[in-house]
Design a protein around this ligand. Sequence first.
Ligand code: HEM
Length: 470
Amino acid sequence: MPTATLSAESSKFKLPFRRSTVQAPAGKQLPPMLSGGVPGLGHALEMRGDPTRVIRRGRAEHGDVFAMRMPAGNYTVVMTGHEAQEKFFRLRDEEVSQREVYKLTIPVFGKGIAYDAEPHIMREQLGFFHAALRESRLRTYCEGFVEEAERMFGSWGDEGVANMLEVGNEVTLYTSSRSLLGPRFRDNLSEEFAELYTDLEAGMNLVAFFAPHLPLPAMRRRDRARAKMVALITKIVAERRASGERCEDVLQTLMESKYKDGRSLTEDEITGLILTIMFAGHHTSGVTFSWIALLLARHPQVMRELKQEQREVVGDREQLTLDELRKMSKLEWTIKEALRLYPPIILVARRALKDISFRDFHIPAGSMLMASPAVGQRIPEIFANPHSFDPARFGPDREEDRKSPYGHIAFGAGRHRCMGMVFAQLQLRALWSHLLRNFDFELVDPHYSVDYTNLIAAPSQPCRVRYRRV
Ligand code: HEM
């Protein structure tokens, strides 16, 4: 799901929403305003470079809750810290809307799909994903993850240098396309598909947040790409229907799903939902794959412990299954720790549909609310030594995440928590299980930083490690 920023397109709350026009009721106060900002643009310019720095600054100035100004009168309240994050993620759909802030997805996912659908329809659509991600399906997807790892890393030489961001994005494109559209589609993955996907992706940019329909070349390419994508997926659906073939993939679930009123999904809806789940799960997983590479190469002791776990869990078994993947606890904690330090989605947002009260703060209807996995997960009251890489913090004797259930929010939390969390964990475990059993890694470049230019925060380039087959 997308990182959020402010959309000037918000339909219901288009009115310039100025703090000076709103009064807090007696005994309450409006959240304190962050210092700085410029007339007209508010704090938007400062948010452009490294949004986490602005949020850290706000937190240092005012604590768990503070306000920022954004263009078009958008008044934004940022909530960090355990209690404020809990409040944010427990807000009900009647109180806050995602639809109002994730409008840039509409031209890609399609009209009437996900965030563009009425909330009750979106709930039904997300329900189709539940069915596609159920336990029995996960077994099939895991077989695919293991096979893809063997195919990709089996072709590596004895030693070399790999750009792990590129590798992560490529291997997760194979795993996702296979789980979504079936092994045959993955085997014939065409350049056309990759190009269409790139064009769709390029249309989900910061400009699109503010004005998704500006007549810019990137937006025109995005719209053309979507039309071709619908044609491509419609063809697969038609072929599958004609042959009577049934596959263990997300497409099959969507083809067989029905809304509560008995209506089947149209081809446009099927494509839209495939794109929704693809965009939710592909880069987020690819980027996390690359952070794990950098963190392990920098922390050889953790890598040694993980290799030992591989020997204990896998031994000389040839077939790795879901059950073995589930036993890799240390690898699970490592993935969780990578996601804590470097969450791909650094901000999530909602629009307040009603006045909201938190402590003695009054957050008026129409405000934008934001929580930040990137800042919230590095708060020392929640995680000890928050900037250090320490996967054992999730182990049975420490369980820092359980002590603070709204502390680890890389997958969101509450009613809109990521539906692909288990899928993503298992996929990353399968890929890294293969790599840990077959390779040693070293850093090539001593320093790495976060690149915030795209919606999904990734390691800056070049993101290289040296690998050596063991
Ligand atoms: C490391 C990988 C991933 C990360 C970090 C991640 C992160 C997130 C976050 C933060 C949200 C909540 C957004 C919000 O509250 O506004 C979310 C929602 C969602 N994610 Fe993921 N995600 C990942 C992988 C996946 C995968 C692999 C899939 C599908 C197979 C997926 C499907 C979804 C869906 C459908 C939602 C919407 C849930 C709802 O609104 O009820 N995600 N994800």
